[in-house]
Design a protein around this ligand. Structure first.
Ligand code: XMP
Length: 511
């Protein structure tokens, strides 16, 4: 299998580079710059990409690399810091640029350069640098420049060494994909025949190898990530895996049954599945609690308690499986081990459960890649395309105290809203949408009677990263249908509102 390795020098786009290469159907993974060259070569890469990074290459404290890399015969592409590292290591001159370039920048390109066949001779590229290559090393020719940068790209085609100061991996570089393709298909000679099923097969084999006849434990939330991780594990080690699904009573309507259908005895996956009905426990703990952070804390802690009790019944396990995916991983950069953002729904588990090691089979994938893997593994589309759902569940979609009655109201209203959104064909176009329960009760009239009932809030947002979001402009008719159905079909509701607020100043969830 053709493979490209990305050596990470602490740049923020390291995994994005790998993802772009995988999008071109070539297997790619990121390795730290601390990995010695012989180990890298033992992996038999067809090409190596050096990432950007925050350092100055002429600073002795900066991450450097074995110069042999540039004469080992494997094609190398240096990006940003990686480009400067190549230039500096091979005797070129790198210094602070007279002005930094940041953002979209016009680049003049020599289209006879190996990376630039078919690219426009003046093309917009994404720049982000304070140092630059002032002079290329001997044997290199300059293949691109900007008003500021004399060497925006250089190559030594004989040695199969290429470097670009800009970032071809980000979409702001209009023709970046073509440049990366030129590298992987050209000098590296990759065939582009890698598919997600190769990832699946390879990961299954790796897990099998690692776990041997050991035991693994997985907390299943019914979300995409933990489900895909669980199925990968079950395909690899079958009944050596136990999946624990904690029903805290704060799931959406029929969701717990859905998880049972997929992972229970009739689901077609060969694993030990434990469904823990902890609904009463959670409702008991949440009684009388109104403060949002306290609610989150209680739900998180109780989850751990329940999981821990179940784990104890199973006894010591060797591995704890987590569905961590790349966006959950905060790279410390510079190749040191990554810090895991504690998942809200499984936060803190490692301290409480007796196990030797964590397995995170999805940690190099982005969400859409996880979905592809899920489909490959035979998970139902309804699960694979499930919208994000917070660990504390409906607990943070009910303002104020959480009660069984309020959960029923939100579940029913939300089910209607989801059904109508799907009917309108918007379910995959919106990034997140849900019903929530305001703690407001107001006066209404139904038939000839006065009512004093709750107001349901509908929310639908468009966002690329959930850091900022805007309310979707849902068709008025759709909103009206939802309003009519919710007030008619859900007892205890006499008002429906649509939340127009952007994030910031609001957040996506109501608490
Ligand atoms: P906010 O409300 O912070 O939400 O704008 C942004 C995204 O994060 C999800 N979210 C959570 N996910 N546990 C989770 O697993 C949580 O405690 C939590 N809080 C918010 C939210 O659904 C949205 O997708």
């Amino acid at each position: 299998m053709d493979k490209i390795l990305v050596i990470d020098f602490g740049g923020q786009y390291n995994q994005l580079i790998a993802r772009r290469v995988r999008e071109s159907n070539v297997y790619c993974e990121v390795v730290p710059y601390t990995m010695p060259l012989d180990e890298i070569l033992a992996k038999e890469p067809k090409g190596i990409i050096l990432t950007g990074g925050p350092n100055s290459v002429y600073d002795p404290e900066s991450p450097h690399y074995d110069p042999e890399l540039f004469s080992c015969g494997v094609p190398v592409l240096g990006i940003c810091y990686g480009a400067q590292l190549m230039a500096w290591t091979m005797g070129g001159k790198v210094e602070t640029a007279p002005v930094s370039e940041y953002g979209k920048t016009d680049v003049d390109v020599d289209i006879s350069g190996k990376l630039f066949h078919g690219v426009s001779d003046n093309t917009v590229c994404w720049m982000s640098h304070t140092d630059y290559i002032a002079e290329p090393p001997e044997g290199f020719r300059i293949t691109a420049h900007t008003d500021v940068c004399p060497v925006a790209a250089m190559e030594n085609a004989g040695k199969k060494l290429y470097a670009v100061q800009f970032h071809p991996e980000v979409t702001h570089t209009a023709e970046g994909r073509s440049m990366l393709n030129a590298f992987v298909y050209g000098p590296c000679g990759c065939k582009g025949d890698w598919k997600m099923d190769d990832f699946v097969e390879r990961t299954i084999a790796e897990i099998r190898n690692k776990v041997g006849d050991g035991k693994a434990l997985c907390a299943l939330s019914g979300g995409v990530d933990s489900s895909v991780a669980a199925v990968l594990m079950s395909k690899a080690i079958g009944k050596q895996l136990t999946c624990v699904f904690v029903d805290h009573g704060l799931l959406r309507k029929d969701e717990a049954e859905g998880v049972d259908r997929v992972f229970g005895p009739d689901g077609g996956f060969d694993l030990n599945y434990v469904h823990v009905d902890a609904r009463d426990r959670f409702f008991g703990k949440l009684a009388g609690v109104t403060e949002p952070e306290q609610k989150r804390k209680i739900i998180g802690e109780e989850f751990i308690r329940v999981f821990e009790e179940e784990a104890k019944k199973i006894g010591a396990v060797d591995y704890l499986v987590q569905g961590t995916i790349y966006p959950d991983v905060i790279e410390s950069g510079l190749g040191k081990s990554a810090v895991i953002k504690s998942h809200h729904n499984v936060g803190g588990l490692p301290d409480y459960v007796d196990f030797k090691e964590i397995i995170e089979p999805l940690r190099m994938l982005f969400k859409d890649e996880v979905r592809k893997a899920g489909l490959e593994l035979g998970l139902p589309e309804s699960l694979v395309y499930r919208q994000p759902f917070p660990g504390p569940g409906l607990g943070i979609r009910i303002i104020g105290e959480v009660t069984k009655e309020k959960v029923r109201i939100v579940q029913e209203a939300d089910a209607i809203y989801r059904e109508e959104i799907a009917k309108a064909g918007l379910d995959r176009k919106l990034n997140q949408y849900f019903a929530a329960l305001s703690n407001m009760r107001s006066v209404g009239v139904m038939g000839d009677f006065r009512t004093y009932d709750y107001a349901v809030v509908l929310r639908a947002v468009l966002t690329s990263d959930f850091m900022t979001a805007e309310a979707a402009e849902l068709p008025w008719e759709l909103l009206q249908t939802c309003m009519t159905r919710i007030v008619n079909e859900v007892d205890g509701v006499n008002r429906v509102m649509y939340d127009l607020t952007t994030k910031p100043p609001a957040t996506v969830e109501l608490e």
